[in-house]
Design a protein around this ligand. Structure first.
Ligand SMILES: Cc1ncc(COP(=O)(O)O)c(C=O)c1O
Length: 375
């Protein structure tokens, strides 16, 4: 029995608590030496300059008041941007809250939620938290969504299917044809969530996939966030777009006032700063491509990434490589026995990633044999 089970045993509690995994935050960079936190897919640059200005001048003076619960100033902007009805939009304290609301609204004990695996660490936690059973469909050998197997996993108990595009942590993307194959095969009363936390970094022409599909299929919900490209991870604001009846039910299970006024003001200012945003996204994509090219030249096999991170599939060498990265000051996200996800950082951090990876493959050439694309 673990320590937490021992202590909770003294209280009446849910029988399935022990089955809920614990979310582990990306490690911080250690103080006192040169090290870069590349463990949480954060934007290495601060918030956009115009966003800081907007917060300074308005939001900081309203902290004595509760925020607008529905965040209308953001909802109206998003409705205009995406040309959808405001009742198709819901805000959350990050898209993790939006995803949690969707899972809680649709599923519960005795039901199932299908998602790819390995994928976003929060999915099994959120699904277990609702009382539902996670149905984890392994990625293909190319570390992509296995669409036929996801379709085969659908049962009468299925309440939700999650598509993570680009997939965290592998960076791999889902094509339009694959998404349509899924949507055409599953019952129309099963909701399909497109979690697009990183879509701005996806240079595929289908990068607006989720919104296009929302317009064409009645059962699509899209989750997006201001945490990544917009650089507002610390403020906690994301949003969902979906069929109005689904959004209304999500509202019932939402935590009231979860999205602060500061976050709402920052989100509106971010939407106004499209040019500044695009410049940063272009820079991060160029940096990602620079790292990927350098690693390929060194002999690494890296799956193509459409996100602000990339994945090293390292199997049993994962911990050894993680140690070497940490020693060098590269603080990455380590999935022991499986692989390592490294976020794209500043130019200086990325130089360190490239140099450290060169040293690692020189010392340990077997890292190149742990995975290679099947095509
Ligand atoms: C795939 C994916 N979805 C959703 C989120 C949630 O981000 P946030 O709650 O900050 O919007 C993350 C964060 O890492 C993610 O990787």
């Amino acid at each position: 029995m673990s320590a937490s089970e021992e202590s909770i045993a003294a209280f009446r509690h849910r029988d399935d608590l022990a089955s809920i995994p614990v979310y582990r935050q990306g490690k911080p960079a250690p103080a006192g030496r040169r090290a870069f936190k590349l463990s949480s897919n954060e934007n290495p640059y601060g918030p956009l300059p115009s966003v800081i200005k907007a917060i300074d001048s308005t939001a900081l003076t309203t902290m004595n008041r509760y925020p607008d619960m529905h965040g209308w100033k953001v909802v109206e902007r998003l409705a205009a941007k995406y040309d959808v009805s405001p009742d198709s939009i819901i805000l959350g304290a990050g898209s993790s809250e939006v995803i949690t609301e969707l899972v809680n609204a649709l599923s519960g004990a005795g039901t199932e939620v299908i998602f790819p695996w390995r994928s976003f660490e929060a999915y099994p936690i959120i699904v277990r938290g609702s009382g539902a059973t996670p149905v984890e469909v392994p990625l293909t050998a190319d570390l992509r969504h296995d669409i036929p197997s996801m379709i085969n996993a659908v049962t009468d108990r299925t309440r939700l299917i999650i598509v993570n595009n680009p997939n965290n942590p592998t960076g791999t993307t889902v094509s339009r044809a694959e998404a349509e194959q899924l949507l055409n095969a599953v019952p129309k009363d099963v909701v399909v969530l497109f979690d697009e936390a990183y879509y701005q970094f996806n240079t595929d022409p289908d990068t607006e996939l989720g919104m296009d599909l929302f317009r064409r299929y009645p059962n699509v919900v899209v989750a997006r966030t201001f945490s990544k490209a917009y650089g507002l991870a610390g403020l906690r604001i994301g949003f969902g777009i979906g069929p109005a009846p689904v959004i209304a039910e999500m509202g019932k299970v939402a935590l009231p006032f979860a999205v602060s006024d500061v976050a709402q003001t920052a989100a509106v200012a971010s939407l106004d700063a499209q040019d500044e945003l695009e410049e940063r996204v272009r820079d991060l994509i160029a940096e990602r491509d620079r790292i990927m090219t350098a690693l390929a030249e060194q002999g690494w096999h890296v799956p193509p990434s459409g996100a602000n991170y990339f994945w090293l599939q390292l199997g049993e060498l994962t911990d050894t490589v993680a140690e070497k990265l940490t020693e060098a000051g590269v603080i990455a996200r380590v999935f022991s026995g499986d692989g390592i996800r490294i976020s794209i950082g500043t130019h200086e951090a990325n130089d360190l990633v490239i140099d450290t990876c060169a040293a690692i493959i020189h010392e340990l050439p077997a890292v190149a044999d742990q995975w290679s694309p099947s095509r």
